[in-house]
Ligand binder design. Structure first.
Ligand SMILES: C[S@@+](CC[C@H](N)C(=O)[O-])C[C@H]1O[C@@H](n2cnc3c(N)ncnc32)[C@H](O)[C@@H]1O
Length: 245
């Protein structure tokens, strides 16, 4: 295991790959959030591990004020510029989500697109949920978007190959994965020789629900998709909706 692997992983290569999420996908994600968290104009949302701010920026265009946090200074600079260029009201902060709580309590929070479970230590991972809890007003909601480990078990492939767009060139990528001691480990090998390693705890939907409940969230729903389908082994996502009690 490599300590704090995410500090190296989330660089410009990942960024180029990640920013190929289509506008349609981002719009659908934000429609889903507005719907299940009953978001309205002027609400404040905490976007934990916001990357370059895709979700915060899309929500801000609908009048929702976002506080986005990411450990990557580079990503936060990009998010700030995007907000400035579009005259949007967002705060972007570069800090560690294991320790950060918002100054002002928020009306909603998200941890989106598998930005959770990165530590091998469960107590450390649960701190991210606790920091969300402390950043929320009572009665308001949190969405945790993780992968569905049961889907992965049923569809596991040790090696997959696909193409990603890096600086507008299509590059071959080989991904190797291994499940070891409850940790899902992956190695990405790019055609240009770059190699990346990442890992996350292999939490089941039930494990995630228990972690949220341990921090006093009431889990209202567990979705398999942003189309609001109930989770089952057919869905690769596990999206939990919790309410702060
Ligand atoms: C898979 S990306 C998702 C980004 C964003 N939520 C999205 O939907 O596009 C994970 C993000 O989590 C950030 N991250 C990982 N560990 C973090 C930590 N301990 N504190 C803050 N950010 C972290 C990474 O820098 C990266 O931008």
């Amino acid at each position: 295991m490599k300590n704090n692997w995410w500090k190296d992983f989330y660089d410009e290569n990942y960024l180029d790959y990640a920013t190929h999420k289509s506008d349609e996908e981002i719009k659908k994600s934000v429609d889903f959030m507005v719907d299940v968290m009953n978001l309205e104009k002027w609400n404040i949302l905490y976007d934990q591990c916001c990357g370059v701010g895709d979700i915060s920026i899309a929500l801000a265009t609908r009048g929702i004020k976002c506080v986005g946090l990411d450990q990557s200074k580079n990503y936060i600079e990009i998010a700030k510029k995007r907000a400035e260029n579009n005259n949007l009201d967002c705060d972007f902060i570069s800090w560690d989500a294991f320790t950060y709580k918002t100054e002002q309590t928020c009306d909603a929070a998200v941890n989106w697109y598998t930005s959770f479970g990165y530590s091998v230590d469960d107590n450390q991972n649960i701190k991210m949920i606790k920091n969300i809890y402390d950043s929320l007003k009572i009665g308001w909601k949190f969405l945790l978007d993780y992968y569905n480990s049961e889907y992965i078990l049923e569809n596991f492939k040790e090696t997959i190959e696909y193409k990603v767009a890096i600086w507008n060139n299509l590059v071959n990528m080989r991904k190797k994965s291994k499940l070891e001691n409850g940790i899902f480990k992956s190695w990405w090998y790019y055609e240009d020789g770059k190699e990346y390693y990442g890992e996350s705890r292999f939490y089941s939907p039930n494990d995630l629900q228990k972690m949220m409940e341990k921090i006093w969230f009431e889990v209202e729903a567990v979705y398999g998709s942003i189309e609001k389908e109930e989770i089952s082994n057919n869905y690769y996502r596990c999206i939990l909706l919790g309410v702060k009690k």
